[in-house]
Every structure is written in C-alpha cells, then in structure tokens.
Design a protein around this ligand. Structure first.
Ligand code: GDP
Ligand code: IMO
Ligand code: MG
Length: 440
C-alpha cells in the first residue's frame, strides 16, 4: 500500500497539476480532498493544455481512477462542464470518476452572497475567485448545507431547498442584495444535473479504504496551498477549506495511519493571487519579469498574479505544518535571465528577528524580509532533465534552498511539460512511490 499527499507549499499555483500528472503514472487512484472549482491545475501534454478545476489531474492518465472527496465543494454545472470539456479532448471519465455523496453542493445563491460580501463596505475584500466557495463552506460549518447525497430523494431535496431559499433571501437582504433566483427552476435544474452525476456518486471514504485494503495506491492532490489554508494560512486572506496535509484525513475519510508520506510543491520564487500579506512581493521591474517569464496569470480567473522572491520562512512553516518528506521545486527556468536572485531567509518585525510567522495578517504585512542574494546563472535551464546539466549557479541555488530548509529536493521542474523534469535519485520521494518513475 502506498498513499502520498502532494500539497502546495505556498499560496497556490505552485505547479501541482504538472507534478500530480507526472506522479499519477505510478498510482492507481488520484483523489481531491478539498476546495472546488476555485482551483486551476494546468497540465500540458504535447500540444494540449488541460486546466483541471475540480477533477483530479490524475484523470488525464488512462485507466486511473479519480475521486472527489467529501471535503470538496461541488458546483454540478461546473463539474459537468469540466467532464464534457475533457470528453471533447478524448478523455472519458466514465466508470472511473467517483464523487462523494457527502460533498457539499454549491448553489448560485452562494455566488450572490459572496459578491455581496466582497462588495460590502463593512467587510474586507479577500479577492476571491467568485465561485461561491466561502459561502458553501459557511453553510457546511453552519450545519445547513445541502450535500450531493441529498439530491437522491426529490421531496427531501425540495424541503431543504425551501429552507435554504428562505434563509438566503434574508441573508442577502441583510447585506443589501436580493435573491433574484427562481426556486422552482433551480430545483429542477439541479435534479436534472444530479441525474447525470448519479452514476459516479458513492461513499468515497468506503471506496478509498476498500481500495487501500486491496493494496491499491492513492495519490492525494491538494488544491490551493498551505498559506491559503483556513486554519494555518494568512487568515482572513485564505480560502475556506483545509488545504494542508491534515485536510486529507477529514476531506476523504482516510486515517493518518494509512498515509505514507507528504510531498510539498513550491515554485523557485513566490506568487499570490488575491489580497493579503505577501512579504517578499516585488513590485518593481524584477517582479514584472517574473510575471512575464512565468506567465503568471490565473488559470481560472485570468487575474494577474502578484510575484516575488522565494520565502524560506513560509516554506519552513509549510514543511512543519504538512510534515513534508520532500520538496519539489518548479519553474526554475523562469529565473534564467536574472543577474541575481534574492531569497528571503528570515523576517524582522519592529527591529527584532521573528522566530515564527505571526498569525495576524496586519503583522505579517509589516514584516521586513531579510534577504540573501544569490548570483543568477544567466543561461537557459528550460527543459533540462539531468541535475548535472544545470548551470553550476542553478545547482547552487537549489542546494542553498535544500541546506536552509534541511529538507531534500526530490524533483525540479524546468518547463510545463512532463518530460521537462529533473528527478533526483535516491530521495525519500523515490522510496515513497509505488515504483520507479518511467522516463517521460
Ligand atoms: P497549480 O494550481 O499548482 O496546478 O499551478 P497552475 O497550473 O495554476 O500554475 C502553474 C503554471 O506554471 C501552469 O501554467 C503550468 O503549465 C506552468 N508550469 C509548471 N511547471 C513549470 C515549469 O517548471 N516551468 C514553466 N515555465 N512553467 C511551468
Ligand atoms: P490552485 O489549486 C491560487 C485564492 C483566491 C483568494 C483566496 C480565496 O490553482 O493553486 P476562494 O475563491 O477560494 O474563496 O478565494 O484564495 N485562491 C487561489 N490562489 N491558487 C488557487 O488554487 C486558489 N484558489 C483560491 O485568489 O485570494
Ligand atoms: Mg492554479
């Protein structure tokens, strides 16, 4: 039995999609444990570019099973659109995509509420993806959510919707909005969508535990990143789910004793999309260069991503919270043209060194990053597949990160495609995989 978690070590968009697609080759099942279609995981295979939102990236590998767990939130229309989009590109999910009957449903009123709250003068705007994610998780925690399995019984579903409409009407009025939705129409639409989803609805916790019992291997795909976790991230500028490794246990019903290891994914620099503290953000031409070379525009919202330097305090925190066994560094090639590369090694606040990341967003906003500047390599690393073929200064950069973190780097990504990857030999990752990675 092998089960491995891949988790974003920063603020999302670390290149998890590419990494999961690569590792999925070795696993039988790939499972998502949280989030919704706020995620955008890009996988490039030859001339084709896939953007997975809710469906695990592993689905692109023929014959692999994919699971959307109870910890995820599901907009059925968006999910079916994603399934149809894959179908048009020759990827059929029939018989191999499983959706939890306990996952909570996103309704259009969640989006309306989110919009009203994001525009409210009394609330700090988060800069969300506007997919209704936050309000859906609010309903879940508030014990008034409606779950995928609730659509099984039509009359029960109608009752739940009636109560939801009454409540949302009041909630929207309270923040100056109006519930401009036809309840009957919405119920009918959702029941129709449900008919299409029904064949894939199961108790995914039972399914996964049986598969593990039978010796099948599972790769858990995190969405968002550690710093967007509702508990451990830069609250309140976070998403509303548990995106860290711990989320796997609650979000899928797989116990900690069944998990073999955790792999973190980090860019060779840092990006963030949306509001909130970002200590190493670079608003100068250098940050602009990262954005341009890294094509740092949101896969889902097309928003321009904020760019900055690698932040070791964030990565060390992420290693602790997730219990990382190994780190995968992506987008090394984006740094190719730089004369020098600053790396944040610690923070200072009000003139004193900080030992820990402050939990208050306003304090993190005020920290002064302490940088060590490393020389750039001024040479292309794009597509390099062997560590020894990297320019010496690029190797030094990676070794510096490894040394500062006290954590091995097991893979380095040098381009968006599967084969543009360096797999380092003799790492913990290698031991955690069910078998050796085939040459891409
Ligand atoms: P995710 O949300 O963590 O899956 O990441 P995204 O897909 O949102 O963003 C990562 C972007 O970087 C995607 O467009 C990938 O195709 C691209 N990418 C991944 N790895 C590399 C790499 O090593 N080099 C370059 N240049 N692009 C990469
Ligand atoms: P992947 O999986 C980067 C950010 C939003 C916003 C905050 C809350 O592609 O890495 P939400 O809509 O979730 O309530 O927004 O979280 N955010 C992401 N940023 N990558 C993501 O996903 C994100 N999903 C949400 O920009 O700041
Ligand atoms: Mg993304």
């Amino acid at each position: 039995m092998s089960s491995l978690i891949t988790v974003g070590a920063q603020w999302g968009d670390e290149g998890k999609g590419k990494v999961v697609d690569l590792l999925a080759e070795k696993f039988d099942i790939v499972a998502r444990y949280q989030g919704g279609h706020n995620a955008g995981h890009t996988v490039e295979i030859g001339q084709k570019r896939f953007i997975l939102q809710l469906i695990p990236s592993g689905v692109l590998r023929e014959g692999k099973k994919a699971v959307i767990g109870n910890g995820a939130v599901v907009d059925p229309e968006a999910l079916l659109k994603e399934i149809d989009g894959l179908g048009k590109n020759g990827i059929s999910v029939e018989g191999r995509l499983f959706l939890s009957n306990r996952a909570h449903l996103i309704f259009p009123y969640h989006g309306l509420l989110e919009k009203a709250l994001e525009n409210s003068p009394h609330r700090q705007s988060i800069g969300t993806t506007a997919r209704g994610i936050g309000p859906t998780y609010e309903d879940k925690a508030g014990r008034r959510g409606i779950r995928v399995g609730d659509m099984e019984d039509e009359s029960n579903f109608r009752c739940l919707m009636k109560a939801a409409f009454q409540e949302k009407r009041m909630a929207l009025r309270a923040c100056g909005g109006e519930l401009s939705l036809d309840e009957d129409r919405l119920v009918k639409d959702y029941l129709n969508l449900c008919r299409r989803l029904r064949p894939m609805v199961v108790d995914t916790a039972v399914f996964l535990n049986h598969e593990l019992d039978a010796g099948r291997s599972v790769l858990f795909e995190g969405a968002q990143g550690t710093m967007l976790d509702v508990d451990h991230g830069t609250y309140p500028y976070v998403t509303s789910s548990s995106s860290t490794a711990g989320g796997v246990c609650t979000g899928l019903g797989v116990a900690p004793t069944r998990i073999s290891g955790v792999i973190g994914v980090s860019k060779a620099y840092t990006t963030r999309v949306g509001g909130g503290p970002f200590p190493t953000e670079d608003k100068t031409a250098a940050g602009e260069l990262l954005r341009g070379r890294g094509k740092e525009f949101g896969a889902v919202t097309q928003r321009s991503r904020r760019c900055g330097w690698l932040d070791l305090p964030v990565l060390r925190y992420s290693a602790m919270i997730n219990g990382l066994d190994s780190l995968i560094v992506t987008k090394l090639d984006v740094l190719d043209e730089l004369d020098e590369i600053p790396v944040c090694t610690s923070y200072e606040l009000d003139g004193s060194a900080l030992q820990e990341l402050p939990p208050q967003a306003d304090r993190l906003e005020r920290v002064r990053p302490v940088y060590q500047t490393l020389p750039g390599w001024k040479q292309s690393t794009f597509g390099v597949t062997q560590f020894h073929d990297l320019p010496p200064k690029a190797r030094e950069y990676l070794e510096f990160i490894q040394g500062q973190m006290g954590l091995e780097i097991s893979m380095v990504s040098t381009g968006p495609e599967r084969e543009q990857t360096i797999v380092l030999p003799g790492t913990r990752l290698e031991k955690l995989l069910p078998g050796p990675l085939a040459p891409q």
